[in-house]
Design a protein around this ligand. Structure first.
Ligand code: ZN
Length: 251
């Protein structure tokens, strides 16, 4: 019997890569109807088309699984302290910000270590919790553009597990960079789409869950992206898990 079913529509890739401007993409499949593509030049993987903004906003509204977080709070502060101790010596001053600070565990760790600790997050539940449980830290709720004018310029910024959620990372960095001092150190973590442990079938990777995660960097894509925004990579930190951890310095 001839197959009369319509052939599945070929997914349409983005017109060009937002990092390297490359125009060749490999379709990686879909998750919950969101198609994902890999740029063949820099390896950046993106959901295309981007989910509607309302869909993304919905996630943030109840993003903080805060009951669980509070239970794990002490552990988290200790872990952040360890991480800060490892990298804070690279910074030339004490002004610190955690971008996407959630309930403030890293802000608290930074404060305990003598840094001038700030945190910003768009989620109001998280920020309210942070203010309650770590009242000594300085917090701002809202997008980066609304940060108090007298904050910064920062010497050290943590940006962990956030960029993969942001539809327009270029716009984010355009707002961020003026708030950082020259020579400021950025510590950024995000899933590593170029890691040897990412499953062959990309959508099998446990980090692939659009519309929550929408952009997946590789070392190459991250190096190019940071360079475009005026950062030199100090180094990538080795990770057994498919996690990209990078230290960079603002030129
Ligand atoms: Zn690219």
């Amino acid at each position: 019997m001839p197959d009369t079913s319509p052939s599945p529509l070929t997914p349409t890739p983005p017109p060009s890569c937002m990092v390297c401007s490359g125009v060749a993409f490999i379709p990686l499949g879909a998750h919950k109807g969101h198609e994902i593509f890999r740029c063949t030049t820099c390896g950046l993987c993106v959901v295309h088309p981007l989910p509607a903004l309302e869909q993304i906003a919905d996630i943030y509204e109840d993003y903080a699984s805060n009951d669980l977080y509070i239970v794990k709070t002490k552990k988290k502060v200790a872990r952040s302290r360890k991480r800060l101790k490892r990298y804070m010596h690279l910074a030339k001053g004490k002004r610190f910000i955690d971008l996407g600070c959630n309930i403030g565990t890293t802000v608290e760790a930074a404060r305990e270590l003598g840094l001038d600790a700030h945190g910003i997050d768009i989620d109001s539940v998280s920020v309210n919790t942070a203010r309650k449980i770590f009242p000594a830290g300085k917090y701002h709720q809202g997008p980066l553009e609304t940060m108090p004018a007298d904050w910064g310029p920062f010497d050290l910024a943590f940006f962990t597990e956030v960029i993969e959620h942001i539809p327009d990372p270029h716009a984010y960095f355009e707002a961020l960079v003026p708030r950082l001092a020259q020579g400021a150190v950025l510590y950024l973590t995000t899933p590593d789409a170029g890691h040897w442990r990412v499953p062959k079938r990309f959508t099998d990777w446990d980090q692939v869950f659009p519309p929550d995660h929408i952009i997946y960097f590789t070392k190459d894509a991250m190096t190019r992206f940071l360079d475009q925004h005026g950062f030199d990579v100090i180094r990538f930190i080795w990770s057994h898990k498919p996690a990209l951890k990078v230290l960079a310095r603002k030129r």
